[in-house]
Design a protein around this ligand. Structure first.
Ligand code: AMP
Ligand code: GLY
Length: 436
């Protein structure tokens, strides 16, 4: 099976990650038409925005049928966890339209922390020691906490909009937090809680594309999660990212492939879980040894904004390989350049923030790619519409060059209260960069 020579694509999502997907898909020699549901003010440059919610499966079905869509690419996790792939596969009218994204069973790798941990345990994939508990076993959970050393890591089992992981420094705090979680602090998502060992190390995000049997390792990335410089303050969706990651060298990546990637893909196949899409391995490098912190069943945001610009291959070829089990026949070319992205956010994010603030400077000439994340059009003006507003990506021969370019571009962009971290990548780029 093959995609038609010219493909009509529907991309689901509307953040920075989907802007990067739209940008990359728009460059494909095999694109007929690109639609984005719902997209943002920036994705309009690459395709046609469609006002359908990515979890409105009925609406999506109508749209793909009336617009001759040949391929659906899913950006965020929610439609996957809710079973969009199964919805298509079980409907005779649309079952022939392939989806880039796993089945509901595969999406449990992200949708249930307990499932993910049990899966790793079944397949001997290195991860932090853990146990999971519910309200009925709270007594055992307290005893387990007492057997561990600080800090304590508590994870809501289900999807909790990125907020479901709580790290506590004392056992008293951990018990209190656990009780609150089991009482429904994160709704149904925290009816079960995974308690796990704290891993000390440095994090790296590794991505693969898989057709369920073959896989291709995409460029790795480092994400900067905290709102404040020097990794201080609240956790966010991600304030910047760089790729490649110097501490994820050849020896480390070989361990990642042998101990983590291959057993994961083989484990999915052995359990007959249909998985055609991307796997995001959130890893901790503990003194050179890789451990899985979490799986996600999609690409990362803002990591995608540095991963896709380094992929030289036509992305339609990659998609075709993924959905028809032919990834083994496809070549993946990766640029040796370094990519860096810096995310500009709304004042107050990750807490409350104002919206609909006009953005200026987007039309200034620049070498960077300005990916829109939370933007919208209001009477022809581009305005802010989310916490993360823009992700400014640059490619350079060195990390320092890429970062300098993104910061130069950001100097020309403004909206009321614009904030971005000035230290993205500085831990990796060295002092030379500060002098420039
Ligand atoms: P997650 O929502 O699973 O990405 O977790 C949020 C963050 O919590 C991760 O990015 C890590 O920084 C941290 N974290 C999660 N699990 C652990 C662990 N076992 N040890 C140390 N840090 C962790
Ligand atoms: N940047 C982390 C994520 O996408 O989950």
């Amino acid at each position: 099976m093959k995609l038609p020579q010219l493909v009509n694509v529907l991309l689901l999502g509307g953040g920075g990650r989907e802007s990067a997907f739209a940008w990359k898909i728009a460059q494909s020699g095999r694109l007929a038409k690109l639609f984005i549901a719902k997209g943002n003010a920036g994705t309009k440059s690459y395709g046609i925005n469609v006002d359908i919610n990515p979890t409105n499966f009925g609406g999506i079905k109508q749209f793909v049928l009336s617009n001759n869509i040949n391929l659906v690419v899913v950006g965020p996790e929610e439609p996957l966890v809710k079973g969009i792939q199964d919805f298509f596969a079980s409907d005779p009218e649309i079952r022939y339209i392939p989806i880039v994204g796993p089945s509901m069973a595969g999406a449990k790798l992200e949708g249930s922390k307990q499932f993910a941990k049990d899966f790793m345990s079944r397949h001997n994939i290195p991860t932090a020691a853990y146990r999971s508990f519910s309200k009925n076993t709270i007594g055992e959970a307290y005893a387990f906490l007492e057997s561990l050393k600080a800090p304590y890591v508590l994870k809501a089992d289900g999807l909790a909009a990125g907020k479901g992981v709580v790290i506590c420094s004392s056992v008293e705090e951990a018990k209190k937090e656990l009780a609150e979680m089991l009482e429904g602090k994160f709704g149904a998502a925290s009816q079960k809680v995974v308690i796990e060992e704290f891993l000390q190390g440095i994090e790296v995000s590794v991505f693969v594309a898989t057709d369920g049997k073959n896989y291709k390792i995409l460029p790795e990335a480092k994400d900067y999660k905290r709102i404040g410089e020097h990794d201080t303050g609240l956790n966010t969706g991600g304030m910047g990212a760089v790729s490649p990651v110097p501490f994820a060298g050849k020896a480390f990546m070989e361990k990642v492939e042998e101990r983590i990637i291959r057993p994961t893909v083989e484990g999915l196949a052995a359990e007959q879980i249909d998985y055609k899409g991307f796997i995001f391995f959130g890893l901790m490098n503990v003194e050179g040894e890789p451990y899985v912190i979490e799986y996600n069943v999609r690409l990362g945001d803002p990591e995608t904004e540095v991963v896709l610009p380094r992929i030289e291959t036509d992305i339609m070829e990659l998609f075709e390989g993924i959905v028809y089990g032919k990834l083994g026949e496809k070549e993946l070319a990766i640029s040796p350049k370094t990519a860096a992205t810096v995310v500009a956010v709304s004042e107050g994010y990750p807490g409350d923030y104002e919206k609909e603030l006009p953005i200026s400077g987007l039309d200034m000439p620049s070498e960077s790619i300005v990916f829109h994340a939370g933007t919208a059009l209001k009477n022809k003006d581009i305005v802010t519409s989310g916490g993360r507003v823009l992700a400014v990506t640059s490619l350079g021969d060195t990390l320092c060059d890429a970062l300098s370019e993104s910061y130069r571009t950001l100097e020309n962009i403004s909206y009321k209260g614009i904030y971005y971290r000035k230290d993205i990548g500085r831990d990796l780029s060295g002092e030379e960069c500060d002098k420039k």
